[in-house]
Structures are given as C-alpha cells and as structure tokens.
Design a protein around this ligand. Sequence first.
Ligand code: ADP
Ligand code: MG
Length: 680
Amino acid sequence: MARSLNDPVTMLKGVGPKKAVALNKLGISTVDDLLTDYPFRYDDLAVKDLSEISEQEKVTLKGTVASEPTVIRFGRRRNRLNFRLLVEHQVIMVTFFNQPYLKSKVQLGASLAVYGRYNAKRQSFTGMKIIPVGQQNDFKGVYRASKELKANQVQKLVELAYDQYHDVIRDLVPLSLRNRYRLEPRQQIIHDMHFPTSKKQADLARRSAIFEEFFRFQAGLQMLKKEDRQNQGIAINYDNQKLKQFIGRLPFELTNAQKRVVNEICRNMREPLKMNRLLQGDVGSGKTIVAAIAMYAAVTAGFQTALMAPTEILAQQHAEKLSKLFAPLGINVGLMTGTTVSKVTARREMLKHLANNDLQIVVGTHALIQDDVVFKNLGLVITDEQHRFGVNQRKKLREKGHNPDVLAMTATPIPRTLAITTYGEMDVSIIDELPQGRQPIETTWLRKKQTNDALKFMERQLNDGAQAYVVSPLIEESEMLDLQNAEEVYQKLQDYFNGRFKIGLLHGRLKPDEKEMVMQKFKDHEYDILVSTTVVEVGVDVPNASIMMILDADRFGLAQLHQLRGRVGRGERKSYCFLIADPNSDYGKERMKTMVSTTDGFVIAQRDLELRGPGDVLGTAQAGLPEFKVGDPVADLKILQIAQEEAHRIINEPDFETREENQELIRYLNHHRNQGDNLD
Ligand code: ADP
Ligand code: MG
C-alpha cells in the first residue's frame, strides 16, 4: 500500500504500540499529526557576544570555567549550582537551580557553552542547559511534552517521520493561491517549522503554515455549506409588488444597510435552496423591521412564518410591534408563550389555526417547539437573540417545516473571528448603520461616592419628561440576593426622590403577567424610573427612556453592559449612561474604559474577545472555537479572512472538481468526509 500522511504513527519504523499510546495522549495519531505538531517556541543556541546581549535575553554564552562548581542546598529539595565563567575577559556568575547533576559536566579550566538568561546589571547568568560540544543546530524547536514523552523524544519522532515521509508531503493549497500569497510549498513549511536555522526562516514558514491550516478548515466548512445549499429547500415566490407597498407604508425610510440586508434575505428566500442566514446588527439598528419584511414576504407567497424569542417580554414586544404593522393588512399575529399555555382553550384554538394555515404569523418563546405545535406550511423560521438558544432548540423549530428558510438574528455583535469560525457555515448579513437622527449615548463612569451627582442629573432630566432605568447590582450566584438588591435600590430611590417621581420595580421573581404589567406601566410613562435586575437586558423598547444607570457596573461583562446601554438612545432624546463602579481589578477598569470610549458593538465585542477569550464570549450554549495548532483566530484574523474568502471562491468555481491543482484538496476533503470527521 502506498504511504500517506494519514498513516497511523505505528507505520513509522521505531514507533511501537507504547510510543503510539503516548503520542495519542498528545493528540497525535497519524504521521500528519506528528508532522504538524510544530514547536511552540524556538531556543536560539547560537553563541553571542556579551555586548550584543540585552537585559534578561535568553542566549548561549561560551567561556572558560573559572572556579570549582559548588552545589548549595537550601530548603528541603532546592539547591543551586554555582560557578564562574570567564567570557571575553569578564567574569560571569552562573547559577543553575535544582540541577545538581550538571556539576560533573563543569570542569575548572574547561571551555563550556551554557544556555540561559543573562542579567547584565549584576553580571550574572541563570543557566537553563549546558550545550554539548559540537551541537549541530543553533536554532532549536521546543516541543510539547508529556510524562511519557519528553520534548526531545518528540523531536526525535518528528525527525523520524520527516525522514520516512517527506517525499509524500503534498500541497493542498492550490498552486495559484500559493503564488498569489507567496506561500511556501508544504514540504518546505514542515521542514522549516521543525528545523529552521534562524528565527526569520521559522517566521516565514509559520505564516504559510497558518494560512494552510486555516485554509484546510475553511475548505471543509465551505464544502459543507455548498452541499447544504444544494439540498432542496423552498422557493418562496413572494409578491414583489405587495412587498414594495409594505415597505413604502412604513413610517420611515429604511437605512441603506437595512435595504441591502433585505435584498440579501429576499434573494435567498426566492431561491429553491435552503436559506441559512445570520442577521447581525447592533441594538437599535432596526433588525425587527427587517424580520417583519421577510415575514411578510413569506406570507404573500402563502407560507407560514414563526419568530422565536428567548424571553416572554421579548416575544410579547415583538408580537405587539408586528401586530401594529400587520393589522392594517388584515393579517393576524399569534402569540404563543408559557402564559398562553395555561389558557387551554386559547392554546387549542391557536394550534388548530396553525395546523390549517388560518394563522400565518406566530411569535413565541420555546413554547413554539413543543411537540403538539404543528404547522401546515412553515416556510420561514426566525430566531431572535439566537445565541440564547441551544442548537437543539433551533433544530426543533426548523423541523416544524420541510427545510424552511432560516434567519437567525443577533444583537450581540460577533467579532469577525467568531463569525468566520463558529458560524462559518452560515451566510452573514450585517446592519452596520443606525437609523438617522440617533445621537450617540454619552457614557460616564463614576465612582460610588459620586452616585448623587448622577441622581441630581437624572432629576433634571426626569423633570424635563425623560425616563430612566436603574439596574441593580448583579449577584450571579443567588437569585434571592439579586432580588434583595433590587428591592434595596428601589427603597433607596424612593427615599431619595421622596415622592417626586413614580418608581417601578422589575425582577426575575415576578410572574410573567406581573412583569408585563410593570413594563407596560413604564412604557405608558406611569413610572418615571424603572428599577430592574438584568431582566431588562434584552430587546426592551421604550423610546422615551434616555437614562441608563448601572450600579456596580463592573460586575457585568462587556456584552451585557452593551446590551443594557442599548435600552436607551432609542428615541429623539439625547441619552446618557452612567456606570457606577469602583472596580478593583485592571480587567474591571479596562471594561469601564472600553464602555466610555465607544458605543460600537463590534468594537466592544472584539475587546471582549481579547479580554476574555473566545470560550467566555460565546457562552456555554455554543460549541467552542475549533482548535488550531499554529493559527490564532484572534491574532491572525487577517489570514483567517483571506483563507475563508479563497476557500469559498475556489470551491464554488464551476471547474472546481476537474482542475488539476485542486486534486489534492479534493482528496483531503473526501478523506475527511469518509472518516466522518467533524470539520466544523
Ligand atoms: P433592533 O431590533 O435592531 O434592536 P428595532 O428593530 O427594535 O432594533 O428598532 C429600533 C427602533 O428604531 C424601533 O423603534 C424602530 O421602529 C426604529 N427604526 C427601525 N428602522 C428605522 C429606520 N430605518 N429609520 C428610523 N427608525 C427606525
Ligand atoms: Mg430587536
């Protein structure tokens, strides 16, 4: 059988079952895995002149041993080996910690090369290793190791693999791409990553290695996407005339971004393919109206459409907005939430209408995905704040129809990195423009002792007819404490304002209809101030509210703060956000500063990603980021983007299958498909 990089490591002469098991524990099972197990850093063992060395640099020094080595023990297990080394007429004190056995290699008067860290001020040197004479390669990779396999054993195995397999390393990035981006051939990448002679050589190879790694991954995703799109979907032949009228009757003109996005969605809907589209837009960018247009399009083509929101308040609000839009057209909007479930007859009635297509538009919470909810003809499924649903919930809703078109909305801007890697199989539409006339929200970070300043400011605004949110400190661990906090804040504000303003209280312990009542009163301006726990976070729309005051703001994450702030700045009034916080960590201060410096959700999301890392940004409902060996999707975003664009372009070219330069890539994709590997 022909050798291939997909061979198991046991095919290597010199790797038996025991080593194979040890390699497996490092995530290495094939020759390819081993060859792409690149060093995580390189040590430069080339001997340097003292004058070239900067403070604390890691270097190799060569000199003559000028004193007898001594081992000094201190504590139970600790010790250090000391000796003097004469380097270019200077005497350097060399210390090795906890390596007493090196003593035998240090002989007075002998010449010696040591690798370690140089402290120029004190003319001392902390040794890391002694370099044997005749060391061939000055520049050496350092490998991940385990209990069973030391770093230099891994290195030996890599050498072995390279010796036996270098002639079957094939290029999976097509030649035209390699030429365009000046990428090295794969054989050279692998050679230079493992056995470079300089940092420059290693860096060049790394650039190509990162591209090739991202390209492989993206090619897999783009292939899935292509195949998914070839699946039969529904062609929603909407009535363009009616749709235009509908848009023309809106009380405002769509922003350019909204128009673009509506076009993208409508084009997808008309195609007989499945739409799988993510609609991103910052809070207040006008996603709901875009959703409404898509829903209306589906209805004009005789299809039903469902919108699922993560909370009852949101679902109610959507239903209300949509009802207003659709009532003049004689189209009913159903609302199905946990509360309507209790009204057995109402629910039964609605189920009947859905089953025989008397009801075309339904909005709800996950009450929508219960088994007894059956649609006659579901053509379009929309999820709002889609990241709050699990994969299965979204799937269940989709399965209420036969390959319906799917539109997932999110107001949590997703940094490019995550959009490309985690949602790579979806098409993405972005509303990157706010409706005209919105004034930026002025954000101020105040210390707790300045709280009264904010309250005085608030009072003037309230007297002017504005309304305010006050968000009480978040206690993640305990819903009880969360509630107590909100009640305490409520009481304090009652005392402070002493009847001058009406104050409402909203918290998670209220029953859904109680919540709704409080919200409604705030909307109707029966309350001037709404004290709330974070239940107010998502989507709530009260345009007259123009002040957002967040207490202990440093307890919230950036994404949450951004969502909260997005509750204001939705109307004509100039809006203000006060972050009250005495953060005691740099991370907390950093978040406050970020909030003050920008209102751009994408910038905030990117900052969040940098501060917290992808796992936390995505939350638990999401599958994490795929693991990359060399590429860092955050730091190497540019390369990731190019790899995605190119993979998409190449795979969708009409002669993709037949072009000679693509054959290796095709073999790779087929191999992984047959293996059932999860490319996403
Ligand atoms: P999102 O869902 O993206 O947070 P909404 O759809 O709730 O935003 O829109 C926020 C507010 O802006 C709503 O009151 C909506 O009526 C209004 N709006 C939406 N699009 C426009 C537009 N093009 N021009 C003016 N106002 C708009
Ligand atoms: Mg919305």
